[in-house]
Design a protein around this ligand. Sequence first.
Ligand SMILES: Nc1ncnc2c1ncn2[C@@H]1O[C@H](COP(=O)(O)OP(=O)(O)OP(=O)(O)O)[C@@H](O)[C@H]1O
Length: 808
Amino acid sequence: MYSLILRERSGSFTGSLWSRIFSRNMGGGPRTFPGGLNKWQWKRMHEKKAREKENKLLDQEKQLYEARIRTEIRAKMWGNPDSGEKTAKSKQSHGPMSPKEHIKTLADRFMKAGAEDLWNENDGPMKESDDGSGLSRRDNGRSGSNSIDSSSNSSIDVRKLVSGTCYSMGNSRVFDRSRRGFSSMSRGRFKRNESSCDEGDDFDAKKLDTLSPFSPKFAGTKEKVKSSKNVVGVIRNKGLFGRRKFRKNDSSTEEDSEEEGEEGKMNVWLDLRKMGSSAALGNHDIKLTKRVNRNVTDEELYPPLDINTVREDLSKRKSVDNVIEENREPHDSIYSGKRFDESSISPLTLKALSASGIVKMTRVQDATLSECLDGKDALVKAKTGTGKSMAFLLPAIETVLKAMNSGNGVHKVAPIFALILCPTRELASQIAAEGKALLKYHDGIGVQTLIGGTRFKLDQQRLESEPCQILIATPGRLLDHIENKSGLTSRLMALKLFIVDEADLLLDLGFRRDVEKIIDCLPRQRQSLLFSATIPKEVRRVSQLVLKRDHSYIDTIGLGCVETHDKVKQSCIVAPHESHFHLVPHLLKEHINNTPDYKIIVFCSTGMVTSLMYTLLREMKLSVREIHARKPQLHRTRVSDEFKESKRLILVTSDVSARGMNYPDVTLVIQVGIPSDREQYIHRLGRTGREGKGGEGLLLIAPWERYFLDELKDLPLEPIPVPDLDSRVKLQVDQSMAKIDTSIKEAAYHAWLGYYNSVRETGRDKTTLAELANRFCHSIGLEKPPALFRRTAVKMGLKGISGIPIRK
Ligand SMILES: Nc1ncnc2c1ncn2[C@@H]1O[C@H](COP(=O)(O)OP(=O)(O)OP(=O)(O)O)[C@@H](O)[C@H]1O
């Protein structure tokens, strides 16, 4: 099912007109109203009238809708080409087939998504069965087919009756049409209100079984009728069905009433139709009574159709159904089925999209595009690797096009119309590359990046010499430019759209102050969009820093749904910290042996631990690269690009690669040690299983880090036993570790200590932390822990803690 889209509009409450009128009247206004009513009586009278009017309209809508449902059921039962017998019979006589126009008119008026909104609580509760069919199944054996029982209260969800999958109910068939956007309704509380049908307590099984006079069941045996009783029991609803009795005849069925003879079949069918309608429609059948005048001949009502025309119509409908079915995306697909050319994005962008082979929207793109193009503020949550970057780049491009065409094009300085903020340099470059690809056919529109690790002056020159209507920046470098009065501030005064990617991270304490300073330099009249795969509650609160009060919250994951991908297998190994440097190479080798085109990312807690892990794996002759913040930008960019393109490569990295990085076809993500929080776990894991593909995630933690699993308890994380270490691998690790320079190990020890000291749970008990750090120290081949600078020890609260040596 289309994933849930939750939209909230804060501050969108508007008081009723009446309350506003009366609040205005509170001090003065007339005291009496026509008819001697006081103002409250007057108000209530009008409210009641409005309610009645609304209900009347709703009833009319329902009748139309139900008529449509009836028609569908009739058409389905009549036109089932599978039933040879039916077809044969149908040749003999032209039954009351619904004309195409009738369906079409109703469809045009009422077959639209959201029709379910027309049903209110007065229509009874919506009932879901275990199997989601809306019908609870019972006693298969007895009926010989899927018998359906409504359980105790005998109510049935008519929505499900007309809804898609074909349920076998004896020989009668019930179609589930939910896939076409049909709304459904519970009829549990419907009252019968039809004058043309006899009222009664019981509904004869035969009636359901013989809904079509041409059905083989129509002249079925008693056994068949009996078997269908199970079915009928379901829809027995006191007062809903007439107590008509049917006498079976070889060729026709008769009613107990005077209707007999040649017209028997047709009349019975008409009555059955009405009865069926009654079953389906409750009090709304009043409409049917009015419409089907008994004095009017059936021929007049439903002119007989040539069976070939009917067949043709039905086959056309079927081919349309097939097209819909073919275009439908599977439940777990990241695509929505909607195409970009159905949206209002510019033809040149469409051209660029199709040049990249991109045709269909992903669900997040479908859910956000129109909202974003309408200029609304939005906070958007969607799973990792589902195309969020494109979801905000497309509106950014449209904003630029609009601004350039709007005649505000005369600016003293070259304006920047869209600013995209993201946390890391690699991510900024990646988004810029995607933006450039989308702008392939747009002349004169440029995307540029402002990221750390490059020369400030060069940035300035580039910004001045090349077009830049879309700027993608990391907060630190952008602030540098703003504070150094490089002329950027004035260019930003024309800003129309401000986007924050990985919003939860950028609005978190570490970045928030920078972001606040940046916002201060932006015009207040702008559109803002926040995107992330994780949006914790605190972030929703602080999102008001950036967004307007009436922003939309678009959550394509859905409340209570798992934030990770089903196709990504997640496991966890709990093993003593000392064994981690042995276990990682073992796990890598195992995966490499099983996955010829492997591509693995190993996340370590800090840059220096990353460096140590990388050095070890390199010593072991594995095909490995490293990226972390301590590496020069040129190296980071080169390795990042290389890893994007290649296969059979391991990337050891810190959290600089955790967010947004789109490395295609990563087969395994290993996280060594606990991540900083649940969100970071999800983002790291999200480097695999992108674009709806499969993948594997492994979390390797020490026993004392187990508490963290509580934060992941809603994720499908499976504990797996510690693997038996291959003695050869163990020896190889020991030998390789021995070769590594002590300075790398010491730096890793200090970084490790710093990281776990900053984690609230482990940083609380400094003595235990020192003990654990010492164990880590031994596991990497250091005999004793290297000393800390006094100032650092004081800062970390580790001064005077036993096991923490301080430099003299
Ligand atoms: N409609 C689409 N059709 C095909 N591929 C798409 C579509 N939209 C995006 N992609 C591709 O999907 C990949 C992942 O997209 P992207 O990096 O934007 O995901 P994301 O949701 O931002 O992930 P993260 O949460 O990790 O930042 C990219 O290679 C992108 O080009």
